[in-house]
Write a protein that binds this ligand. Structure first.
Ligand SMILES: *Cc1c(COP(=O)(O)O)cnc(C)c1O
Length: 371
């Protein structure tokens, strides 16, 4: 979904004198803040960078624990582990695939410092009960919104319930800056610390230097910046988001219509009526007896030239780097989603007929397996 406007914006950066530390970052941050209703936005090199930066800025380290959904991208856990803190894995509910307050509460102990929430597949988590636990126990809340730009609950955009919300602009997300990320939030002090630490902890920007090249460094920081080319593309993509999101909604409805009568397939959908989804993919949950056939079903779809994928191929605690010899977290729903779902594309590169055709392809592949 890179069009003439993105190309022109990128060319303007390449033809100009400023490639980093320029006005396009500030403009993109303002555009993204306006779209989400956030008081402040901080652009980063990726969502993973934004999350690591957030935990680092919170002062997390060895001995601390963060509750993390088992059903997520591994980056949700990596951002915690990179600080030296320990991710403690919570299960999710069905049919939404999201973590609930009831699943979080038993995992809170004296070492817990924060709760990470992921709005799986663009479905907003039921945040108020989770915020209640956080407030009672004095915990920070980070929302991983990598799949959820355009998701709202009770009129609030995701990322604005907790302390900080982090977004991804990796190419397969709702909008792209090639690589890129953004943090938003209401915790002004935290966001300011993140902005400082994303650029090596340098104490003043180029515009603030009385003598060129003269600065001091007041904290140990990262190079987690976004550049001007990415930001210029990002501003164009934000302006197209409403159209992208509407096409996703229509495509998801087309897939749901095709699958409506299938007894052997259900969809990952919100558990309540308050959620406004961002429709990342149409995620088809196969009936238990079909789970073992998933590789063959997906191979058949691939042979038909139809796109499909898995989000995510294993629960995070079952990934080699998080496996513990003496402890296997009890996360049956996360494992069920990992083992038994097929994600169908609904992105704006498809129209309704394309999306429906992919869903019909899934049905054909299942029927072939069942024969
Ligand atoms: C893609 C994704 C990430 C990682 O985003 P990057 O921008 O590639 O770092 C993190 N969390 C979730 C839920 C994702 O889907």
């Amino acid at each position: 979904m890179i069009g003439p406007e993105e190309r022109a914006a990128a060319a303007a950066v390449l033809e100009g004198p400023i490639l980093v530390h320029g006005p396009r970052i500030a403009a993109f941050e303002a555009d993204f803040a306006a779209f989400t209703g956030a008081p402040r936005a901080v652009a980063t090199g990726s969502c993973t960078a934004a999350m690591h930066l957030a935990y680092h800025a919170m002062g997390l380290g060895p001995g601390d624990e963060v509750i993390v959904p088992a059903q997520s991208h591994v980056a949700t856990a990596h951002a915690v582990a990179l600080t030296g803190a320990k991710p403690v894995f919570a299960d999710c509910e069905l049919p939404a695939g999201n973590m609930t307050a009831a699943q979080v509460a038993p995992l809170v102990n004296g070492r817990t410092r924060a709760i990470a929430v992921v709005h799986y597949n663009g479905i907003p988590v039921d945040m108020p009960p989770i915020m209640e636990i956080a407030q009672d126990r004095g915990l920070a809340v980070l929302e991983d919104c990598a799949l959820a730009v355009g998701a709202w609950r009770n009129g609030v955009h995701v990322g604005l319930f907790g302390d900080v919300g982090c977004f991804s602009f990796y190419p397969i997300k709702h909008m792209t800056t090639l690589e890129g990320g953004m943090a938003i939030g209401r915790n002004e002090a935290l966001l300011a610390r993140m902005a400082h630490l994303r650029a090596l902890g340098v104490d003043r920007s180029h515009g603030e230097r009385a003598i060129p090249g003269e600065y001091d460094v007041s904290a140990v920081g990262f190079n987690y910046r976004m550049n001007e080319l990415q930001a210029a593309i990002g501003s164009v993509q934000v302006s197209r988001l409403p159209v992208f999101l509407e096409q996703r909604r229509c495509n998801a409805a087309a897939v749901a219509a095709v699958l409506a009568d299938r007894p052997d397939v259900s969809l990952i959908v919100p558990s309540d009526d308050e959620a406004i989804e961002a429709h990342y993919c149409a995620i088809a949950l196969l009936a238990p007896e079909l789970a073992d056939h998933r590789p063959a079903i997906m191979a058949e779809m691939k042979a038909q030239g139809l796109g499909c994928s898995i989000y995510y191929p294993r629960a995070i605690p079952d990934m080699t780097c998080y496996r513990e010899p003496d402890h296997r977290p009890d996360v049956p729903n996360a494992r069920r989603i990992s083992a038994s779902t097929i994600a169908l594309p609904v992105g704006p590169h498809l129209d309704n007929d394309d999306a429906a055709e992919v869903a019909r392809g899934l049905c054909r592949a299942i029927d072939k397996e069942n024969r």
